[in-house]
Design a protein around this ligand. Structure first.
Ligand code: FMN
Length: 364
């Protein structure tokens, strides 16, 4: 069986996908009731399944996936100022056999624009956008519109990122972005900590517990205690690193979402960089190949959260392509599950999970 093309056209630019919305020629299925509701960080939600920051570029995308039955909807990362996307291609298929780990990723992977996958297991991709953002005057109005397009029991989360700006620290910029998102109607905020650490010489915010802790503390103080706060992190390979991060951010966040992507060098079949332009030799790998690595991080974080008796939920993200994968995530220490690549190729994922819930009396 061949898998249909994704609703996000990977051969088009971010701007075209932003303007043209999801490509969907099917029929929106009838809503499947999924009682009783679960609590998503204190907000009643129809299910534990959502879409992480990424494919939901604007309200068109939020509205579409809400109708397809995904209940936890993360608006793609926004900033306090406009920022352009890298040019297309922003996503390529990567050829992968077996599970990817950071160790396996020491050798380059081959990226190609087109394959005809025969199953969801063949879909591992790389994404490289450069964290684009519309101007706040555009995204704030659009977040407000998104709120009107989601249904009862659906949660709109906005992902924000901060950078050091003239006269503003990274923590202050993160806080301003979070406050703008709350003002616009975000029901919860996600801080994208898988962005470069401007203070450290290399690495990302989540790899620097002290920086992550002070940003989380400032954002929490800025948005108050009524809006749930989530930290999105990348790959964490040891219990010690997981413990240090949980100790630093645990007092300020309601949840941790893991993981973003695994970083790899992507080349074309001729051996040259597959993504054009400087700074794009390495990019994030997501989809089927990263599931084992992602669930390892969730389980490490979950153990550290439990050891400290912190009220912090875990959101599993990474390689969840099928209903079975969602089950695996929810039994690996995650409270919630989100699928980006899986939902791009299979927008019926939530529908199928809820059909099974109904049949088997499950509460997912
Ligand atoms: C098209 C696309 C765009 C993405 N953009 C963002 C983003 O803006 N912010 C973010 O935190 N993660 C972003 N991600 C990463 C996803 O949130 C997710 O962590 C990653 O793709 C792993 O999940 P998956 O295997 O289900 O795709 C993006 C992923 C994809 C596929």
């Amino acid at each position: 069986m061949q898998i249909p093309d994704p609703v996000y056209d990977i051969n088009k630019s971010y701007d075209d996908n932003y303007r043209e919305g999801p490509v969907f020629h099917g029929r929106i299925p009838a809503t499947i009731p999924n009682p009783p509701p679960v609590s998503f960080l204190g907000i009643p939600a129809n299910s534990r399944l959502g879409i992480p920051a990424g494919p939901l570029l604007n309200s068109e995308w939020i509205g579409f996936y809400a109708k397809m039955g995904f209940d936890l909807l993360v608006y793609k990362t926004v900033r306090t100022h406009p920022h352009p996307s890298y040019p297309a291609p922003n996503c390529l298929y990567v050829s992968v056999s077996g599970d990817l780990t950071p160790e396996v990723l020491n050798t380059p992977l081959i990226g190609i624009p087109q394959i005809e996958p025969a199953s969801m297991r063949e879909i591992t991709i790389t994404n490289s956008f450069g964290m684009p953002s519309q101007d706040p005057s555009v995204w704030q109005k659009d977040v407000e519109l998104s709120r009107s397009l989601i249904g009862k029991g659906q949660v709109l989360i906005v992902s924000v990122v901060g950078t050091e700006r003239e006269g503003e620290s990274i923590a202050e910029n993160f806080t301003r972005a979070a406050k703008m998102a709350v003002e616009a109607g975000a029901m919860a905020i996600e801080m994208n900590f898988s962005c470069p650490n401007v203070k450290g010489t290399e690495g990302q915010i989540f790899q620097d517990p002290s920086a992550a802790g002070s940003i989380a503390q400032k954002v929490r103080a800025g948005i108050g205690t009524n809006v749930p706060l989530i930290a999105k992190v990348g790959y964490i390979g040891s219990a010690q690193a997981a413990g240090e991060l949980v100790s630093a951010i645990g007092p300020f966040v309601d949840a941790i979402a893991a993981i973003n992507t695994l970083s790899a060098t992507i080349i074309n079949p001729e051996g040259r960089p597959a993504l054009p332009g400087p700074g794009r030799e390495k990019s994030g790998v997501c989809g089927n190949g990263i599931r084992t690595a992602a669930l390892g991080v969730v389980s490490r974080l979950s153990q550290e959260v439990r050891a400290r008796k912190l009220p912090v939920a875990l959101v599993a993200v990474g390689g969840l392509m099928t209903v079975e994968d969602i089950d695996l995530a929810l039994s690996s220490g995650a409270d919630f599950a989100m699928s980006a690549t899986g939902a791009m190729w299979d927008p019926f994922l939530a529908y199928h999970m809820k059909q099974q819930n109904l049949r088997e009396g499950l509460r997912r």
